[in-house]
Write a protein that binds this ligand. Structure first.
Ligand SMILES: Nc1ncnc2c1ncn2[C@@H]1O[C@H](COP(=O)(O)OP(=O)(O)O)[C@@H](O)[C@H]1O
Ligand SMILES: [Mg+2]
Length: 416
């Protein structure tokens, strides 16, 4: 039998397919976009962990299910099924990636033949769309979700232009239902004016950070569903919800803390291998996570990969994470991946390359030096002034290497 910690992990991870609790209003607005007969766009914005991805995912899945149900009931000539394409924009690294991703979803075989040339991918997509339209059936319909669009706002403006051009082109060939998800609402202001003309319906959906009661409801609901509620004392859950509700309102963090607290109770490490089986515990007096475990979980600087420091790293601004990423790669003059120290000149050079790979406009030399100071304040970087006092020769050393690497892994920076 799986340990309680494993069951909790499954319960929190497996939750992704379920309807989000307390986000009914937001879900309805997103649904409105998806059920439009013509092309439509929805901009979803809100702070990290406010349930944006989760809600959009569940609404899209539900709409697809409803579509399938309707077709089955009609029993008539089936209309072409909508293609769903989900793109995490942090994983885009070069122009043309948008096309390649969409093509991959629509025509996997053509995409495979398209090779790595963006232009080729683009051409084959046009061809495939033309072929589809020639078949005389309804225009094909595409549900396109662009998640984590914030990179576009900070990035070179030509990226934004590409998104715009891409969406307009797709909308001219297909019925496009576009959902853009970002933390900042700025994207809507940037893209809305140009897209509005070709979209019959536009919607802005703002997610507020979760409040104490909402966090408590979600946690209680999920734990109950997973048969794990009596592993947590009500006061411990209240403490967790209150602390997070009064700060970031980040549900992801609430999950992490509960996970860590249960691990602390069970005395096992935050690994995937359970060290204590439920049976062992049931035989003893039934225990539960109490305030002290929650408190320790918040304090915890451990290496659970789910603990507070890595969460704080995930929440850092993009450029600070890119700097950490650059340092953590051990890029620096040495081939040794464990050398995580670099002088500003070298660091800036590699950081710029990493930015370019992700089409993010790099910060200037001086700005990087300032960002490094912020990272030093956060205890993530150590600064070693050079003897000659030259700015470029100042060395920066990465601290808490394991935490940083674990956090960056989760924040998609290591995917390219
Ligand atoms: N209302 C909710 N009900 C259940 N789980 C939720 C809810 N909101 C968020 N979650 C969970 O919290 C985590 C973070 O949510 P997510 O949608 O990824 O946040 P965002 O995209 O806003 O950063 C996910 O594991 C998600 O399943
Ligand atoms: Mg998200």
């Amino acid at each position: 039998m799986a340990s309680p910690a494993d069951r909790l992990r499954q319960c929190l991870r497996g939750n992704d397919g379920c309807t989000p609790m307390g986000r009914e209003g937001e879900a309805e607005k997103i649904r409105d976009v998806l059920v439009q007969p013509k092309s439509a766009v929805g901009f979803v914005a809100g702070p990290p962990g406010s349930g944006k991805t989760h809600t959009v995912r569940s609404v899209v899945a539900k709409c697809m299910e409803d579509e399938d149900g309707k077709e089955g009931a009609d029993g008539k000539e089936q209309k072409e099924k909508a293609v769903t394409c989900w793109i995490n924009c942090m994983s885009l690294s070069q122009p043309g990636d948008l096309y390649r991703n969409l093509l991959g979803a629509m025509e996997p075989t053509t995409a495979a033949k398209g090779g790595h040339d963006a232009k080729e991918a683009w051409k084959s997509m046009l061809r495939s769309m033309r072929n589809r339209n020639r078949t005389g059936r309804r225009r094909s319909s595409v549900v396109l979700v662009l998640d984590e669009c914030d990179a576009f706002v900070a990035a070179r403006t030509d990226w934004l232009a590409e998104v715009q051009e891409f969406c307009l082109l797709v909308a001219s060939r297909c019925t496009l239902k576009l959902i853009c998800i970002s933390n900042s609402p700025e994207l809507a202001g940037r893209l809305m004016p140009s897209l509005q003309k070709s979209m019959s319906h536009t919607e802005i959906v703002i997610f507020q950070a979760y409040k104490t009661q909402e966090i408590k409801n979600v946690l209680t609901g999920l734990l109950q569903g997973g048969g794990l509620l009596d592993w947590f004392s009500p006061s411990a859950l209240q403490f967790c919800a209150k602390k997070i509700g009064s700060q970031s309102g980040d549900m992801r963090y609430a999950f992490c803390v509960c996970m860590r607290a249960l691990e602390l109770l069970l005395g096992c490490e935050a690994t995937d291998s359970p060290s204590l089986k439920e049976a062992d515990i049931v035989q003893e007096k039934r225990q539960a996570v109490e305030m002290e475990h929650m408190h320790a979980a918040f304090q915890d600087n451990g290496h659970g990969g789910m603990s507070k420091p890595s969460n704080a790293i995930t929440a850092l601004p993009l450029h600070q994470r890119l700097i950490l990423f650059t340092l953590s790669k051990g890029v620096l003059a040495s081939k040794d991946k464990n050398v995580t120290v670099a002088q500003l000149t070298t660091l800036h050079h590699h950081y710029e390359r990493n930015c370019r790979k992700r089409l993010v406009k790099p910060l200037s030399f001086q700005q990087v030096a300032t960002a490094c100071k912020d990272l030093a304040d956060a205890g993530l970087v150590q600064i070693h002034q050079s003897k000659n006092k030259k700015v470029g020769d100042t060395a920066y050393k990465l601290c808490r290497v394991a935490d940083v690497r674990a956090a960056l892994e989760r924040s998609h920076l290591t995917t390219t």
